[in-house]
Write a protein that binds this ligand. Structure first.
Ligand code: ACO
Ligand code: PYR
Length: 536
């Protein structure tokens, strides 16, 4: 059976640009087009030429290679022709291949917000579509407030859809502008529209004000709409738009949709999904949501021992799709919720072979659970787990011994009252029979300790030369007098690998030093493995 085509329309650069706190530069826009083309969407709505200098420049040339480059704007204003409307002409004279004009489809809103009659609004819509079609643009109408308008006056809302189609629009997009419509209402109204207009001319644009934009979009598709609009990671006005990063894999992988529809997105492009979503967050300078469907770091992660045991036998036990289909990874964590299956999986990841009936596994498991009850948290500190495991299994090489360390912070106030801080750390270590002492100044005690510890590591110095501390997080557990401090250190080296180590103590300096010490130990373990490979 041949499949029906479903079109993906991205509005990250237009509705997404209406997100509070997000402003795209020209460079951002160009780079985001690159991400969208890696995914393979059909349409990229690049913004609103004429509305601001960046969008106008963006539309001065064609920015897409495969996707239809689409310009957004509003229908012509009352009292002038489309030819004399600079806003409409801005779109028609742009490099866009397609245009998408917003027109109100709720008669009440036409009277209140535009202060014109519904008939005049409809005439503006029709004139604008005709002008755009005459300019050779693939033309779309976004029917603003369509669902609320349909509930209030279905005849008027439908007359906007029919007027646009008769005037030559390729698509009419039904917008849940206020984002308050329920999936069952969306389905019912879309069914009524596709009873009079072919579904392959109808699109859906849903906002997420009740957290149901994706559900509303899927309901519209099931009811007959054939173009879906949305944004990367669901950004957009107020609570955002339908999240394409959730919609695309659902449409591509879930049999209820995949058996009926084909998309422009290939399996190879779908496997870029996680990378695209994370690269987009990077560009927005924000951390990716761990629990995002399909692409979050936790999307295919399990902590529970019972689940890890079943996953080891059959991945589909706790995975609704294979993680690699969307470019994500499976992870089985070690924590208080773990069983031996979690340990075996984590040990295998670190290249430590242990049999399931090895009695040392029970010792390791009780060690993990005991330490977690004291504040350690190994699910975020995999490198510390590798060190603990090697220690308990008796296979941790002895690199060096810290014989003492000290950090001091001195505040000096000069005669003018200016405060000057001096932070210094001293670390003494023993390597074989050699005693080494390093002193360093830093911008805080942890920085000074880190610098002192790494300053002279004797025969190991050249093995840690490329590592650096990337992030440092402190958390106080159990407030009050019994408080302990948990420190998580993130490190990386020239290979690009990042690793996480943890320290716990009532004293923040001790906790930090433990995490720093383990970070260096992990790096030495890495290089030890590399050296033994070279020696082989
Ligand atoms: C539901 C949506 O998300 S629609 C997308 C909304 N996006 C944006 O507005 C972002 C970009 N917008 C802008 O930069 C500016 O609003 C501009 C450049 C488009 C217009 O700026 P201004 O000319 O100063 O108008 P302003 O923004 O104050 O008001 C919008 C005007 O358009 C009119 N208008 C709104 N929708 C439409 C429409 N579909 N068709 C015709 N006119 C419309 C309004 O009645 C109002 O007219 P008025 O100035 O006579 O009162
Ligand atoms: C056009 C649009 O973004 C809306 O109606 O929500």
């Amino acid at each position: 059976m041949s499949k029906e085509r479903l079109y993906i329309f991205d509005t990250t650069l237009r509705d997404g640009a209406q997100t509070a706190g997000i402003e795209f530069s020209l460079e951002d826009k160009i780079s985001i087009v690159g991400l969208l083309e890696r995914l393979g969407v059909d349409y990229i709505e690049g913004g609103y030429p004429g509305a601001n200098p960046i969008d106008t420049e963006f539309f001065s040339e064609k920015r897409t290679k495969q996707a239809r480059f689409t310009a957004f704007g509003m229908t012509k204003r009352a009292g002038r022709s489309a030819a004399n409307d600079p806003g409409v002409q801005g779109l028609l004279n742009s490099s866009a291949e397609a245009t998408c004009f917003v027109a109100k489809a709720w008669d009440e809103q036409v009277r209140v917000a535009l202060e014109i009659s519904p008939e005049e609004n409809l005439a503006n819509l029709i004139d604008t579509v005709q002008a755009s079609v005459a300019a050779n643009k693939e033309t779309m109408i976004d029917c603003e407030h369509f669902f609320d308008g349909f509930k209030a006056n279905p005849d008027y809302a439908l007359s906007c859809v029919l007027g646009a189609i008769d005037a030559g629009a390729r698509w009419v997009v039904l917008c849940d502008t206020n984002g308050g419509t329920m999936p069952s209402e969306i389905a019912e109204i879309v069914r009524k529209v596709v009873a009079v207009v072919p579904g392959d001319k109808i699109g859906i644009h849903a906002h997420d004000d009740t957290g149901q934009a994706v559900a509303n979009t899927l309901a519209a598709v099931e009811a007959g709409a054939r173009q879906v609009q949305g944004t990367l990671n669901g950004i957009g006005e107020r609570c955002g738009n339908a999240n394409l990063i959730t919609l695309i894999p659902t449409l591509a992988l879930k049999p209820v949709f995949a058996n009926q529809f084909s998309l422009s997105i290939s399996d190879e492009q779908l496997a870029n999904l996680t990378q695209v979503s994370r690269a987009f967050d990077d560009r927005l300078n924000r951390a990716p949501e761990r629990q995002s469907p399909y692409v979050g770091a936790s999307a295919f992660t399990t902590k529970a021992g019972i689940h890890a045991s079943a996953l080891a036998k059959d991945f589909s036990s706790y995975e609704h799709v294979p993680p690699e289909s969307v470019g994500n990874e499976r992870a089985i964590l070690v924590s208080q919720q773990a069983g031996k299956s979690n340990l075996l999986s984590a040990l295998a990841r670190h290249g430590i072979p242990v049999e399931k009936d090895d009695p040392r596994l029970n010792t390791l498991l009780s060690n993990v659970k005991d330490r977690e009850s004291r504040g350690y948290s190994y699910d975020g500190a995999d490198a510390s787990f590798a060190i603990l495991a090697r220690r308990v299994l008796g296979i941790l090489p002895h690199f060096f011994t810290v014989t003492s360390f000290r950090a001091s912070v001195e505040q000096r106030v000069d005669d003018a009252g200016t405060l000057d801080a001096l932070t210094e750390a001293v670390v003494k270590i023993r390597i074989d029979d050699e005693l080494l002492m390093s002193v360093a100044e830093g911008n805080g005690p942890v920085n000074a300790l880190d610098l002192a510890l790494r300053k002279d590591l004797g025969k190991y110095s050249d093995r840690i030369g490329d590592m650096e501390l990337v992030d440092f997080k402190v958390r106080i557990l159990n407030g009050g007098t019994g408080a302990v401090t948990r420190v998580l250190v993130e490190s990386r080296d020239a290979s690009g690998e990042r690793w996480y180590t943890i320290g716990v103590s009532p004293n923040i300096i001790d906790a930090s030093f433990e995490a720093l010490y383990e970070s260096i130990t992990y790096k030495l373990l890495k290089t030890e493995a590399a050296q033994s490979l070279v020696a082989m």
